[in-house]
Design a protein around this ligand. Structure first.
Ligand SMILES: Nc1ncnc2c1ncn2[C@@H]1O[C@H](COP(=O)(O)OP(=O)(O)OP(=O)(O)O)[C@@H](O)[C@H]1O
Ligand SMILES: [Mg+2]
Length: 511
């Protein structure tokens, strides 16, 4: 029978079905009908060869958006864009591609995994009340149904779903915008919707390639980071928490903060910039740690100035603020009070780095920066806590070449490069100062002028350094001379005393 014939006979087919159903209801009592219904259902269930799993968009008592649903949707959008015929576009926050395509409601797509075929269906039960939200309202349900054959149960429920989640997460990670977090003072934690960390989009253009540093050192850092990123199994095997500590030390302007941004971009990790001075005690520190996510970098900049962890020094801020106490406005005063209140101790910080809580989340890098590595307590920076110590030093020739390429697009210059190489060997200049000199001061300045500007600055810096060195030597010599004179004077005094004693002995009296 063709489709046309079925259409023309549809009326009589429907009438026959209605007739059979009426007869069935008339001649069979409800008990028998219930009995038949139950066994028909069981029979159909036994004969139906497919299994269905639902993944709901909203879950939990408060109907929060289910992470798994989002990840599967991401996986399906990457796969369904070629296969589903009707797609919907949604604007997603915090993603590099804000417009995300996914399959439209009531659409089905197929997927294959290790030769097994599965079907995904996007279900939607419409809301009774109207809403303008992107997400579902409480009486509106969206869910994805995964259908597969009974015989593939093991493969699908273990490997396939894991594969979908891993792929979906990887796509999310790749597309997401990095975030830069900073901790809020604990007084604000209890306010409505206030969280322990505030964040903004992290958009620093630094990369490891553009970092001015010797190639060998750079490669060493890249290899270390890659080994860490792929080290999940390794860390599990050796029984170590999946985290790594870096200590960046060196004079101001040598690129420590730039290096942190470059690492974040390279690893695709969020950055948690921890301001220790507003953390009141060790317990608060622990609570902040718990609220950080994995695949992140926790940074404590200028660790030597953050807290009195060595017991020797005054905080940088306190030194600045000791002056003009009366002129301060109340907000600054409050902030200072908060700083003074901080009772985070060295042991609290050590626990933060490698205590039991520090392992939660995994895949985390902790970075400390300091200008004065010698001031830090050895316990804080010993290997195992700060696994890698990276010295950020004054600009060498190799680092200069990176900056020249970045700022001027120049890789060599027969006359000027050798002069710069020689001068850099003779004087200390930070990459920040070299970069500043290389930057054209006007649109008419060509690269040769910029290189000459740098040479001039290096010569001045060299002269100043030489003069300082000369002055230092002169000061030392003057000090030595004074010491010598003091010594001679002392000797003369001693001699005089000795002579007086002799006189007393010989003449029996003193003057
Ligand atoms: N190694 C470097 N490679 C590329 N640029 C650099 C490097 N070092 C410094 N710079 C440039 O100098 C500026 C200052 O550097 P940065 O803030 O990273 O220094 P720092 O070591 O963190 O200094 P501080 O100790 O004062 O915090 C940066 O904006 C960057 O442009
Ligand atoms: Mg810095």
């Amino acid at each position: 029978m063709g489709i046309g014939e079925i259409w023309s006979n549809l009326g009589s087919i429907m009438a026959s079905i209605m007739f059979v159903y009426t007869m069935y209801e008339k001649f069979f009592p409800p008990q028998i009908r219930r009995y038949v219904g139950k066994y028909t259902h069981k029979f159909t269930y036994l004969m139906y060869p497919y299994i269905k799993i639902n993944f709901y968009e909203l879950s939990g008592e408060r109907l929060q958006r289910n992470e798994t649903y989002t990840v599967i949707q991401t996986y399906l959008s990457a796969n369904s864009s070629q296969r589903a015929k009707r797609l919907k576009a949604e604007v997603v926050k915090d993603s590099q591609n804000p417009l995300v395509l996914s399959m439209e409601n009531n659409q089905e797509i197929t997927d294959e995994f290790n030769g097994v075929k599965v079907w995904w269906f996007a279900n939607h039960t419409p809301a009774r009340t109207q809403s303008f939200s992107v997400y579902s309202t409480s009486d509106e349900k969206r869910f994805l149904t995964l259908t597969f054959h009974k015989r593939d149960r093991d493969l699908v429920t273990t490997s396939y779903i894991r594969h979908v989640l891993e792929k979906g997460k990887a796509i999310t990670m790749k597309n997401r915008r990095l975030k830069l977090y900073t901790n809020n003072p604990s007084n604000d934690w209890m306010r409505y919707r206030s969280t322990k960390w505030s964040h903004t989009t992290f958009e620093h253009p630094a990369s490891i390639e553009t970092l001015a540093m010797e190639t060998k050192k750079k490669e060493e850092i890249i290899n270390d980071l890659l080994k860490f990123k792929k080290g999940k199994e390794y860390y599990a095997k050796v029984g170590k928490a999946w985290k790594r500590g870096y200590l960046l030390f060196g004079p101001p302007g040598t690129g420590k903060s730039t290096m942190i941004s470059a690492i974040a971009n390279f690893m695709n990790y969020d950055v948690y910039d921890l301001e220790l001075t507003i953390v009141k005690d060790n317990n608060e520190l622990k609570r902040l740690l718990i609220e950080t996510s994995s695949k992140s970098i926790i940074v404590i900049e200028d660790i030597d100035c953050s807290l009195d962890l060595t017991g020797q020094r005054k905080k940088k801020s306190e030194i600045d603020n000791d002056e003009n106490e009366e002129d301060k406005n109340p907000i600054i005063k409050r902030k200072e009070e908060e700083k003074k209140e901080s009772k985070v101790t060295l042991s609290g910080l050590l626990n933060f780095i490698d205590g039991i809580w520090s392992a939660c989340g995994g895949e985390r890098i902790i970075i400390f920066t300091t200008n004065f590595v010698d001031k830090l307590d050895p316990a804080l920076i010993r290997r195992g806590r700060m696994d890698k110590h990276i010295e950020m030093s004054y600009c060498g020739y190799e680092a200069f070449k990176v900056l020249a390429k970045n700022y001027l697009d120049v890789e060599s210059h027969d006359d000027l490069f050798p002069i710069i190489e020689k001068l850099l060997g003779e004087t200390n200049m930070t990459p920040a100062d070299v970069a500043e000199n290389l930057m054209p001061k006007s649109i008419t300045e060509d690269f040769e002028t910029c290189l000459k500007n740098l040479i001039q600055s290096l010569e001045i810096a060299k002269k100043i350094a030489e003069e300082e060195e000369k002055k230092k030597i002169e000061d030392e010599e003057a000090k030595l001379k004074t010491k010598k004179q003091e010594f001679v004077q002392e000797e003369e005094n001693l001699k005089t005393i000795e002579n007086s004693k002799e006189n007393v002995k010989e003449n029996g009296f003193s003057h």
